[in-house]
Design a protein around this ligand. Structure first.
Ligand code: ZN
Length: 305
């Protein structure tokens, strides 16, 4: 038996596990009811002519190699080098509005906000609010006081108007305090009555001039100051067309009285910052009420305040 096993092993190189299993099976009993081909295979092989043995050995080697290869199914090798096209997992594209503008960037109620909306339905909060002011070095009729940011923009706008050949400008009215407005309005109510006083002057706490962001502009020297004809002067025409580039809007346009509550005031400009004035200009929207979707404010909530 040893000689036989040794002889079979010599057909291979003695190290293949298959050979060892064949040798082991020679010592086993045949399985009942079935011819033990596997046990007799070594005997059959031994009795073959030499060239048959070589053929069987070669065939067995090929079969073994194929079995090994089949057991080692090639794994998917990641592509290297240039990226291979992959089926993109279609992420739902987020539709970004063209020229997105964030309308909540600044407060509409904080009196220190450059977007604060003050009209006959929206008094300043608190009504006696006082802004931080600077005094501007420009020709003026009354004290030229505005916030730093609004004042800086006004100086640039005045210089640009002059450079464009529109003429010189001055400040007619800029900041007006709550107390000044109380005196002015009370005096008008006493002489003209409530309705006529409301038509000419804002009630205390309801004036944009109290924010430090509004200014009544006049030609210098004066011509058509605080009058509708200012809109036809070179200065008035230039300001209506170009103020948006400096962060200012013409706050009370001719055809918006039902929304703003004020008649056409081609001299009254309101600083809102270049971002908002540019957006309103591009959208063709003239009033803050319309731009921010606020209710029209043609009159005060009550007849008398
Ligand atoms: Zn004004």
């Amino acid at each position: 038996m040893w000689e036989r096993s040794h002889a079979i092993a010599s057909l291979y190189d003695g190290s293949a596990p298959t050979v060892k299993r064949l040798i082991w099976r020679l010592g086993k009993k045949p399985v009942s009811g079935r011819f033990p081909w596997s046990s007799f295979a070594p005997v059959i092989i031994l009795t073959m002519p030499l060239h048959w043995k070589r053929t069987v050995a070669a065939a067995a080697t090929v079969a073994l190699a194929l079995a090994v290869l089949a057991g080692c199914a090639p794994e998917r090798v990641p592509a290297t080098g240039s990226p291979s096209p992959t089926a993109s997992v279609s992420a739902t594209p987020v539709a970004k509005p063209k020229n997105f503008f964030n309308k909540t960037q600044y407060s509409l109620t904080d009196p220190t906000s450059i977007w604060v909306v003050v009209n006959k339905l929206r008094p300043l909060q608190p009504t006696n609010f006082t802004p931080t002011l600077v005094t501007l070095d420009v020709p003026h009729v009354s004290a030229p006081q505005m916030t730093q940011e609004a004042g800086d923009a006004l100086l640039k706008m005045f210089a640009a108007a002059a450079a464009a050949g529109a003429g010189q400008l001055q400040i007619q009215n800029s900041y007006r305090s709550y107390n000044v407005q109380v005196n002015t309005h009370t005096s008008l109510v006493g002489s003209l009555g409530q309705a006529a006083a409301d038509a000419q002057s804002a009630r205390p706490g309801y004036s944009e001039h109290q924010t430090g962001l509004a200014v009544d502009v006049a030609s210098y020297p004066s011509k058509c100051d605080i009058a509708a004809c200012f809109g036809q002067t070179p200065q008035g025409i230039w300001l209506a067309a170009n103020s948006w580039q400096y962060g200012y809007i013409l706050r009370y346009p001719a055809d918006k009285t039902a929304i703003t509550g004020y008649i056409y005031e081609p001299w009254h400009f309101r600083y809102v910052g270049v971002a908002l004035s540019t957006e309103m200009h591009n959208d063709g929207i003239e009033t803050m009420e319309e731009f921010f979707g606020l209710p029209p404010a043609p009159d005060y909530a009550t007849a008398t305040g």
